[in-house]
Each structure stands twice: as structure tokens, then as C-alpha cells.
Design a protein around this ligand. Structure first.
Ligand code: MTE
Ligand code: MO
Length: 198
């Protein structure tokens, strides 16, 4: 009982910090390559593959239900940031706009600048995932993926594609950028799914 009162905040945060990760109060920027310059007016989001092809504009995205999210963020290079505050559209709400053909097993996120990352469908369809356009109440800065990024809180952050501009629904596993370069195909931080052993 008493232990509950005297437990240090560090310990409580420790319960939320996956093995091998260190907490940071800042928000480091982690990008491979240059930051693409994309404004809202030109931003487009296309879906294809095992979904009826469709392109969404910024305004169409803004007409979908908007929600606030608080989520922990874990980079495979060992920093974690707790309680990041975002605003955007839930993946499951977005998915209601799509017509899937034969059931996809994987989805590839595509980005301005050419970055890609793959996600198993069952991880992608979790209720806590979202597309974010706002960070701590401000428009998402370009370095952090503005105007729009994906956030998949329960997987390492390389799955949280910045400058996202499309989803390709797949019937088999295909690696994205970091998955081709040695990162784990799934990337669950509590299991330390960091790198693939081939
Ligand atoms: N398009 C794109 N998305 C990306 C990346 C990238 O290089 N390009 N880096 C990933 C990695 S490894 C991490 S840790 C997070 C970092 O997000 P941040 O820069 O907002 O902290 O974005 C992910 N999404
Ligand atoms: Mo990362």
C-alpha cells in the first residue's frame, strides 16, 4: 500500500518505458534524407492496391471526424517520449471511406520524398492509430512530418510515416525502406523487435 505513495515518478514512467529505451523531454527529429516541402493545398493522399483506388484532398481529410490523441513515442535508436499530444483522424474512421477488395494482410505507407514502411493489417487497424496534422496544439512542423503523418503508437516510430501521401494495400509482405535495410518486419518495442536477423 505505502509503496504506492512513495513510488518515484521515474518508476511510474519506467513502467511505460520499453526495455532498452531512455526518456527524453525534447522531441528529436529523425529523418533519413531531406525534409520535403509540402503545403496543405497541394497535399494529396491516394489509396490503391487491394482497395478501390481513391484520392483524398486536404479538405476531404479535414471533413472526417477530428480527435485529440495522447500517445507515447518510441524510436528504435533508443529514445522514447511520453505523452505526445496530437490531433487528427483515426485510422479506423478513415478506413470507413474505403472499399477493400480481397482482404489485405499488409499495408505499405508511402510518403513525399519516397520513404515507405510496411505494417501488418492487424496492427494498422488498431483503434489507437491515427493520421496527425497537429502537434501540441500547433500545425505539425515540417520536420515532424507536416502537413500530415501517420502515428502507430504501439510500434517503433519508424512505422509512423511522416509526410504520408498514400496507402498501398497488399496481399503479401513487402518490405518498406527500413525493413529492407535490416529493421524488423513488425517492430514491437516491448518485445524489442529492433532488427531482423537474416
Ligand atoms: N517519411 C519519413 N517518415 C519517417 C522517417 C523518415 O525518415 N521519413 N523516420 C522515421 C523514424 S526512424 C522515426 S523515429 C520517426 C521520427 O519522427 P520525428 O522526426 O517526428 O521524431 O519518424 C519516422 N517516419
Ligand atoms: Mo526511429
Amino acid at each position: 500500500m505505502l509503496g504506492k505513495f512513495f513510488r518515484k515518478p521515474e518508476t511510474e514512467n519506467g513502467d511505460r518505458t520499453p526495455p532498452g529505451q531512455y526518456l527524453t523531454n525534447g522531441f528529436p527529429v529523425l529523418t533519413y534524407g531531406p525534409t520535403p516541402d509540402v503545403n496543405q493545398a497541394e497535399w494529396q493522399f491516394r489509396v490503391w492496391g487491394l482497395a478501390q483506388e481513391k484520392t483524398f484532398s486536404w479538405d476531404e481529410f479535414m471533413q472526417m471526424p477530428q480527435q485529440d490523441f495522447t500517445a507515447d513515442f518510441h524510436c528504435v535508436t533508443r529514445w522514447s517520449k511520453l505523452d505526445v499530444q496530437w490531433t487528427g483522424v483515426k485510422v479506423t474512421d478513415f478506413m470507413q471511406q474505403l472499399q477493400l477488395e480481397s482482404p489485405p494482410t499488409w499495408v505499405m505507407a508511402h510518403c513525399y520524398g519516397g520513404y515507405t514502411t510496411n505494417i501488418p493489417m492487424e496492427d494498422f487497424l488498431r483503434e489507437e492509430n491515427f493520421f496527425a496534422h497537429t502537434l501540441f496544439g500547433e500545425p505539425l512542423p515540417p520536420d515532424h512530418g507536416g502537413p500530415m503523418r501517420l502515428v502507430i503508437p504501439h510500434l517503433y516510430a519508424w512505422k509512423s510515416a511522416k509526410w504520408i501521401n498514400g496507402l498501398e494495400f497488399l496481399g503479401r509482405e513487402e518490405p518498406g525502406f527500413w525493413e529492407r535495410n535490416g529493421y524488423h518486419h513488425r517492430g514491437e518495442p516491448w518485445a524489442e523487435e529492433r532488427y531482423s536477423v537474416h
